[in-house]
Design a protein around this ligand. Sequence first.
Ligand SMILES: [Zn+2]
Length: 277
Amino acid sequence: MNIIEQGKRFVQWLRELGERTAWDWQRCPQCGHRQTCKYGFYQRRVWFLEGQREIRVQRHYCYNCKRTYSEQCRFLVRGSWYARGVHRQAIDHWQHVGSSLRRTAEWLRSCMGHRERWQMWRSWEELERRVVCHLSASTVHRWLDKAGRKAQQSVAGQLEAVPISRQLGTDGMWARLRGGAKRVVLLVVDSVSGVIWPPVVAAGEESEEPWAQLFERARQAGLPLQAMRGVTSDGCHGLMAYLRYQLHWVNHQRCVWHLWRGLASQSLWTGPMAHRW
Ligand SMILES: [Zn+2]
């Protein structure tokens, strides 16, 4: 099952969970029997993005397997004081915004508990009498770890038969490693769907070889090279040579953003227009 099908299945599961009726919950999830009865409930204090709320969780007892079970809710994560929305926003904040774990936790605490940065955003408001939120960076770290382990289990076949737009973008990102060594991470991404194919780490990007490795790796992961139509990139010679000789059916387009940046660095900042900036 590829990554898109997995995502759809997960959303479908959440939707079905939300649509479950009292009649559905009467069926024991362990043995499937309907000889069950309601068996009290417990209260849980859960942090949502809007603040803390008390949630009542119904329990059931099964006469057949003599076990109890609790009703599940799509917005709750089992065993957590924080709702699913908070977990997902924390991971998204760390990944998409690119902030540190400490800042992610601080941001969410401010939103949920109306303290810390909230007071800066809404300085004209009186401080509310709210429960203090204690979400810590180590908790966010644990959620990320859990999400990473889960993602790792599904790596095999993750990109199989993923629909492609046939238009790809590629670039290299330089990183300085511990000890002063420099490496470049090469990436190829579907320009429309945003699917990122497995990256390659290389010592340099000026020869054809690392680019050949990158596209070979993408091919192994399921990218049909014959179906590709266009690649957008900067003017890297290694890539251009590789495309010209190995993927000659692919149209190459220079990335406009890279060109602008190149032009800006040469003429606007240092040229005759420099005084205007
Ligand atoms: Zn049962």
